[in-house]
Design a protein around this ligand. Structure first.
Ligand code: ZN
Length: 365
């Protein structure tokens, strides 16, 4: 426990994250890059006025904003669930429950892990400024204060692993490719141009995958994986990752024995922190609504497959191949078809959100 100003407890009550095995093949390595251009500078974007930063205070080395100020900024109503400990934010079609001392919050019924723990002091709740701007804002008020992105036309699907890289098992690379091909069919039927980073059981270097997306001018990138835990045949469910914002650490780094892996520099994909979250939320929502799969949450990571993307992107761990029950389902073509459908539906929902925001932004000009 680290105590800073007031009562501020790191990690008390935080949720232990047992890292996915399938993605430890160097994807998490840091590579220094020059800072990208300003956030949200997407091609064909429509600029909106950037609101001034909220007043902040420091807890330890991290800048925090009063959640009441944040709610007001986003036009949300704040009510105490437990005074001084937990609040509920509500607005048009959105709710969030946020409690002190933990990174786990609930947004629209979904588990989301912040980059920094929620803090409390003098009867007020605080979230880190980065979490407010790069997580809560896109989830609770998509498009607020950022330049809109282009209308999605080209989707790049990235079946994880392949060839000599089998992932968590031989089946991971096979199932990932199968789901990607099925999702391509769904998306092409909906009018999108779809590119896969591999078409067969071949090895593709990690760095090549986002390069393919950038070369094809992708508007959306989704990396498809399956999960595993050693000596655990029961854990199941979906996890959705976005690239951690600058100055934030990965979810895995909060596990016991792990080190703070904060990136002090920005990566190219950090230009899309806001839209990464919007995309993650739409896919996350479809997994829970359509598959009723267990929710292991939306998390941050430093996956190499995401960091150099010039478009919004997520990595989806569709389920656990080490879970007896879930692996049985994933082994069936019918369930993989459902997985493909929820990924495609999440992308379509993201597109509809972007379209709606672009229309609104255009109408205001
Ligand atoms: Zn994997």
């Amino acid at each position: 426990m680290i105590t800073a100003a007031g009562r501020f407890h790191f990690l008390r009550g935080s949720v232990l994250w047992l890292g996915a095995l399938c993605c430890l093949d160097g994807a998490g390595e840091a590579t220094a890059r020059s800072a990208p251009s300003r956030p949200g500078a997407a091609a064909a974007g429509i600029a909106t006025a950037t609101p001034p930063p909220l007043p902040s205070r420091r807890f330890g080395a991290i800048g925090y904003v009063n959640l009441a100020d944040g709610a007001s900024r986003l036009g949300l109503k704040l009510a105490w669930v437990s005074r001084g400990k937990k609040v509920k934010l509500t607005g048009p079609r959105v709710t969030a429950e946020i409690a002190t001392d933990t990174r786990e919050i609930n947004v629209n019924g979904m588990r989301v892990f912040l980059g920094d723990p929620v803090a409390d002091a003098s009867g007020k709740l605080y979230v880190s400024r980065i979490d407010f701007e790069r997580c809560l804002t896109p989830l609770l008020r998509p498009g607020f204060g950022v330049t809109t992105v282009a209308r999605p036309k080209t989707i790049v699907l990235d079946p994880g692993h392949g060839g000599k890289d089998t992932g968590t098992s031989d089946n991971e690379k096979i199932y990932a490719l199968d789901v990607a091909k099925r999702a391509r069919k769904e998306l092409e039927a909906a009018g999108y141009r779809v590119v896969l980073t591999r078409e067969s059981d071949t090895f593709v270097e990690l760095v090549e995958r986002p390069a393919i997306a950038n070369a094809t001018r992708a508007d959306v990138f989704v990396s498809i994986h399956f999960n595993a835990l050693i000596k655990d045949r029961k854990t199941s469910g979906v996890e959705i990752f976005t690239f951690a914002p600058q100055h934030q650490r990965s979810a895995d780094s909060w596990s016991p024995g792990k080190k703070d892996d904060t990136f002090t520099h920005a990566e190219p994909n950090n230009r899309f922190d806001h839209w990464n979250m919007v995309l993650a939320q739409t896919i996350h929502r479809r997994f829970l609504a359509d598959l009723k799969t267990f929710d292991r949450g939306k998390k941050l990571a430093h996956w190499g497959v995401l960091r150099s993307l010039n478009c919004p992107g997520v990595l989806v761990e569709c389920g656990f191949l080490t879970s007896d029950a879930e692996a049985r389902k994933i082994a069936t073509p019918a369930y993989r078809q459902k997985l493909a459908q929820v990924i495609a539906a999440g992308i379509r929902e993201y597109s509809a959100t972007v379209e709606g925001l672009r229309w609104t932004a255009s109408a205001r000009r």
